[in-house]
Design a protein around this ligand. Structure first.
Ligand SMILES: [Zn+2]
Ligand SMILES: [Zn+2]
Length: 123
């Protein structure tokens, strides 16, 4: 393949932005992750690269926090169930913490099942 500007020179690679052949003498600009033929392509490729980094960061953050919701719900559920049990032992009104604890247990289970399906889907 020849350079897109200098037809007498061999291309060292292709521009990642437009796919044109670029020569080593003044045409190819190494961006670190690929070659670029012009300023316009460099700017465009810079945007694409930045977007890729952002998407990657969001993806790993999502995976990290995936289990935070169900874990939090499970801890709260255990706390309220324990509270209900203490109230029950002391012969006091125990239905409120007990019902709340059961509701949170259900939430934890639903979140856990949903997130397990999610993490399978995005693997
Ligand atoms: Zn280009
Ligand atoms: Zn050239």
């Amino acid at each position: 393949m020849q350079c897109y500007q200098h037809h007498d020179r061999a291309a060292v690679g292709v521009c990642r932005g437009c796919g044109k052949g670029v020569c080593a003498e003044g045409c190819a600009e190494d961006l670190g992750f690929g070659l670029s033929c012009s300023n316009d392509c460099s700017i465009r490729l810079g945007h694409v690269e930045a977007l890729n980094h952002k998407a990657g960061a969001a993806y790993s953050a999502g995976r990290r926090y995936l289990w935070l919701g169900p874990t939090l719900a499970a801890v709260l559920a255990a706390m309220f169930l324990y509270l209900g049990w203490i109230e029950y032992r002391n012969a006091r009104e125990y239905w409120f913490p007990a019902a709340f604890g059961l509701l949170l247990s259900l939430t934890a289970i639903v979140l856990f099942v949903r997130n397990r399906n999610w993490s399978r889907a995005i693997r």
